[in-house]
Design a protein around this ligand. Structure first.
Ligand code: M6R
Length: 616
């Protein structure tokens, strides 16, 4: 998804902007660009299709001087990936240049109106319409840059985070947002400013951050205090937050890919996730969100979980946990469907939004809908200070650190860990959980990190195993009960990074259709830990075997029955059924990773995908 960086101050802007773009690469993009106001007040714009390194190659021979500039990584929406469509876009006169995240829904109408007034367009983007509109308003009404931005944005329908630079006013950058995140960092002397779509590209320069709210405009003026206005021109008090980001967490830490690092991070980040919440000295789990909103949560008529992708799979496990331990009915909805469906939401419902990035546009829209209906909104989010975190009534951060690989791994186990802690806490508060079961889950949860370590020790074996299966064009993943969402997650991991078509199914559904696909070419991954319905899964394996399907079984350590049946298996340590997903998903993450590596693919930034899906 697109990323923005802007700088104005005393430093040379180019290294700040390029460094920032590299930090934003994790979001996924297809082109990049930078605009700099040079030391001689020349506006220099450089763009390239492809990676930031390609932009650097383009800029290497050129004038990159200047203490003010804006930069962008683009993920195509209107118009394909190309240099022409890459940002920054420049206005007709060459005075204004702008970068934009989001989508301008009425761009076609605006473009036609501007063309009728003699303006020309160089790209197919909705963004170029914005810069031309701002210039048109500025010239025809004789406005300052900020007043022109304010007036122009009132005519715009859609989502945006923008930064605009006017070469005639080399002392200021103007930025604005609506439904797309934007943060301003205030540098050392309070007189230099960094603007970005999230804190990661600017965190190495400052911890003082101002998160813009919807429909706010900010003026970053050299040597002056930051000014924030609403779209209608009222002054807004500047609210500075201290944001601590561990920058070493943004590096690969010696692993060849972020994804592998993040898979291996899981034992330690799950400990971080439980720290201060799972309290052995008290023999209890304490979540402040549940303490603070106890009555509201225990009286919930129903939970509705809204999320997308991997977070939706975690939601399916959350459903089983909350229904089992808290006896509250739970519905799990794709946020993208929920937001447009006219769903029935009661004021005594709890709507739970699960999101790693905290910026997923569909999940944000689902929250909006829930709020309008008067429901209580609970967030399970990773990115601290993100839009979802700020738009919920309460919530629990998963605290697994920045996830850079596009394929979500540690966020999934972090989400499941939080959902487990929530179900235990709420079940205890409601009195619906059996004391012995509470104790058993409480004890076992603390052993999960070391059990994951044991699975990770099999990494080399799984790498060898993966070589056998790179030939495949299709994979089937089957699981039941607690492991059914894991089958879905395993299939998603494989398809998004290896581009092999993979489907997850409840194992018993196989005979209602997918069994027709089984032949000697078809790898079938069974998540067959020795919990509920184990015998039945074994029968499903027999059915696949007798049709020459190639089985890879995820089994509990020492399951001799399955070991005798199949040639390929990966063992995971024994655990309680409700915690099985936290272990059984690990070999599937590694399998997907190694298949993609074998195929020579870009594991961390797979084609067509973005880390943070901020458009619907
Ligand atoms: O940031 P979110 O958790 O809201 O993102 C939701 C999905 O876009 C995300 O899980 C996506 O499916 C991942 N690429 C899966 O690995």
């Amino acid at each position: 998804m697109c990323g923005i960086v802007g700088y104005i101050g005393k430093r040379q802007a180019y290294p700040v902007l390029i460094g920032g773009l590299h930090r934003l690469e994790y979001r996924g993009y297809d082109s990049a660009g930078v605009a700099l106001l040079s030391d001689t007040d020349q506006l220099n714009v450089y763009k390239a299709k492809g990676k930031v390194s390609e932009l650097e190659a383009v800029a290497s021979e050129k004038d990159c001087s200047g203490t003010m500039g804006i930069a962008h990584t683009r993920w195509a929406t209107h118009g394909g990936p190309s240099t022409k469509n890459a940002h920054p876009h420049v206005s007709e006169s060459g005075n204004l240049t702008l970068v934009h995240n989001g989508i301008i829904e009425n761009y076609a109408v605006l473009r036609e109106q501007l063309q009728k007034r003699g303006m020309h367009f160089q790209s197919e983007t909705d963004t170029e319409v914005l810069v031309q509109l701002i210039e048109y308003v500025q010239t025809s009404l004789g406005l300052s840059l900020e007043a022109a931005v304010q007036a122009a944005l009132q005519r715009v329908i859609g989502a945006y985070a923008i930064v605009v630079l006017d070469r005639r006013t080399p002392n200021r950058l103007v930025a604005a947002r609506k439904s797309s995140p934007m943060v301003v960092g205030i540098g050392e002397d309070g007189k230099e400013f960094f603007v970005a779509s999230d804190a990661s590209p600017i965190a190495e320069y400052t911890k003082q951050m101002v998160y813009l709210k919807d429909e706010e405009i900010v003026v970053c003026e050299r040597d002056k205090e930051l000014r924030v206005y609403t779209l209608t021109g009222e002054n807004v008090p500047v609210e500075v937050k201290k944001v601590e980001l561990d920058l070493t967490m943004l590096d690969k830490g010696g692993f060849p890919h972020f994804m592998l690092k993040e898979i291996f991070d899981q034992p330690s980040v799950l400990q971080d996730c439980m720290r201060g919440r799972v309290l052995p000295e008290h023999g209890r789990v304490i979540l402040s969100a549940v303490t603070d909103h106890r009555e509201r949560l225990i009286k919930a008529r129903r939970f509705i979980i809204v999320s997308c992708g991997t977070s939706w799979h975690a939601g399916l496990i959350g459903k089983q946990l909350i229904e089992h331990f808290c006896k509250i009915p739970v519905e799990v909805e794709y946020a993208s469907e929920f937001r447009y469906r006219d769903p029935v939401i009661y004021p005594d419902d709890v709507v739970m939004a699960i999101s790693q990035s905290g910026e997923t546009a569909d999940t944000l829209a689902a929250i909006e809908l829930a709020r309008k209906a008067g429901a209580f909104v609970f967030g399970v989010v990773n990115a601290v200070g993100s839009s979802i975190a700020r738009n919920t009534d309460t919530g629990t951060y998963i605290h697994v650190g920045p996830e850079i690989g596009v394929a979500s791994t540690k966020a999934f186990t972090g989400q499941v860990c939080v959902l487990t802690m929530l179900a235990l806490t709420l079940g205890e508060a409601k009195g619906t959980i059996d004391k012995k079961e509470y104790q058993a889950v409480f004890d076992e949860l603390q052993l999960i990190p070391q059990k994951i370590e044991r699975i990770l020790e099999q990494n080399d074996r799984i790498a060898v195993l993966s070589k056998i299966f790179t030939y495949a064009h299709n994979f089937l993943y089957l699981g039941r009960g607690w492991n059914y969402p894991v089958a879905l997650e395993g299939a998603l991991k494989l398809k998004e990074i290896s581009y092999i078509h993979a489907e997850g199914y409840p194992a018993a559904e196989m005979k209602h259709g997918p069994i027709a696909l089984i032949d000697q070419e078809m790898p079938v991954v069974f998540i067959a830990t020795h919990h509920q319905l184990h015998e039945k899964i074994i029968s499903n394996m027999q059915e696949v075997k007798s049709r020459n399907g190639r089985i890879i079984a995820i089994i509990t350590e020492g399951d001799e029955v399955v070991k005798q049946m199949v040639s390929e298996y990966i063992e995971v340590p024994d655990t309680l059924a409700c915690l099985a997903p936290l272990l059984s998903v690990i070999p599937l993450q590694l399998l997907a990773y190694h298949v993609a590596v074998q195929k020579g693919l870009n594991v961390d930034q797979p084609r067509n995908l973005a880390k943070s899906v901020t458009v619907e």
